[in-house]
Write a protein that binds this ligand. Structure first.
Ligand code: OOG
Ligand code: MG
Length: 263
C-alpha cells in the first residue's frame, strides 16, 4: 500500500510540472505498486490543490482514451476520466498562446452539458441522454506532464488524464436531433484533413463513454451535477500543436469549431 505522503508528493510534482512547463518521468517506474484506484486518489488530491491555490471550481469532467485509435496510440486498454476546472476553459475566436504548454495536442470531442444530476444504479446511455440539456462540438487541449507522453494507465489518471484546456462551440443541439453514432467528423490542420471519424468511434456511442464514467463515479459516491460539462473523449488521434497552427473540426449536423495558436 502506498503512503499518504507519496500521494501528496506525486500530486505536488504533477502540479509543479504544469506550472513550470516542465516534464516529469512517469511515477510507475519508481512506484510499481501504483494502481488505478490509488491513481484516482492522487487525481482527487491534485484537483483539491488546484481549486485551493488557483481559486477555481469544478466545471465538469472528461473521458480519456475512449476510442480504439487513442488506446492503441497510448498503449492502454481501458478508458480513464478526469476533472475540468473553470480556469481551463477558453473562448472560441481568441488566439491561444502555446506558452503555458509542455507539448500540447488537440482533440475533436463531443461535449454534453447536463441540466440534471446523473444518479441511480446501472446508469445507461438513455439515462445520460435524459439528463443532457444539449450537446456541442468541443476541442480538448491535452498536455501530459510526462516526458514524451510516456505513461501507463495509473500514471495518466494521476495526471488528471492529461487535461489542460477546453473550449466548445456556442451552437447548442438537443441530443434527440442527431444520431450521435453516425455523426461524421472532419478534422483539419492548416486547411488539410488530418483525420475523419464518426461518433461511434467513442465506445460505440459517445453517451456510452459518459455512462461508463457515471457508473465509476457512483462507486466513489460522486456524480455528474446539473450545469456540468462532460467531454466524451477524442474521436480520433490527438494532433500536436505548433505556434501558427490553425485547427478546425466539422461535425455533421451540429456545426464546427476552430482555433488558432500563437507563440
Ligand atoms: C490521455 C488523454 C486522452 C482523450 O480524449 O482520449 C483524452 C492522453 O492521451 O494523454 O483526453
Ligand atoms: Mg480528450
Amino acid at each position: 500500500m502506498i503512503q499518504t505522503d507519496v500521494m501528496d508528493q506525486i500530486a505536488e510534482e504533477l502540479y509543479l510540472a504544469e506550472k513550470k512547463v516542465d516534464e516529469v518521468d512517469k511515477f510507475t517506474d519508481q512506484f510499481p505498486e501504483l494502481d488505478v484506484a490509488f491513481a484516482y486518489t492522487i487525481q482527487d488530491r491534485l484537483i483539491e490543490m488546484k481549486c485551493n491555490r488557483e481559486n477555481t471550481n469544478i466545471s465538469g469532467r472528461k473521458l480519456g482514451l475512449t476510442s480504439q485509435s487513442k488506446q492503441e496510440m497510448m498503449g492502454v486498454h481501458e478508458p480513464s476520466y478526469g476533472v475540468l476546472l473553470d480556469n481551463m476553459q477558453l473562448v472560441e475566436g481568441e488566439p491561444i498562446s502555446t506558452k503555458p504548454f509542455i507539448h500540447a495536442k488537440v482533440e475533436p470531442e463531443i461535449a454534453f452539458v447536463f441540466d440534471k444530476e446523473v444518479s441511480g444504479d446501472h446508469i445507461s446511455v438513455t439515462d445520460i441522454l435524459d439528463a443532457t440539456a444539449y450537446i456541442t462540438p468541443a476541442m480538448e487541449i491535452i498536455d501530459s506532464r510526462y516526458r514524451n507522453f510516456d505513461f501507463t494507465l495509473p500514471d495518466v489518471i494521476a495526471d488528471n488524464s492529461s487535461s489542460s484546456r477546453y473550449l466548445f462551440s456556442e451552437t447548442f443541439y438537443r441530443v434527440d436531433d442527431v444520431d450521435l453514432r453516425l455523426m461524421g467528423m472532419v478534422f483539419k490542420k492548416n486547411g488539410e484533413i488530418v483525420a475523419t471519424s464518426a461518433g461511434a468511434a467513442v465506445m460505440g456511442h459517445p453517451a456510452r463513454a459518459v455512462a461508463w464514467m457515471a457508473n465509476k463515479l457512483k462507486e466513489k459516491n460522486q456524480s455528474i451535477q446539473p450545469g456540468e460539462i462532460v467531454l466524451s473523449g477524442a474521436l480520433s488521434n490527438a494532433i500536436a500543436i505548433a505556434p501558427g497552427d490553425h485547427f478546425s473540426f466539422h461535425f455533421d449536423g451540429i456545426g464546427s469549431l476552430e482555433a488558432a495558436f500563437t507563440e
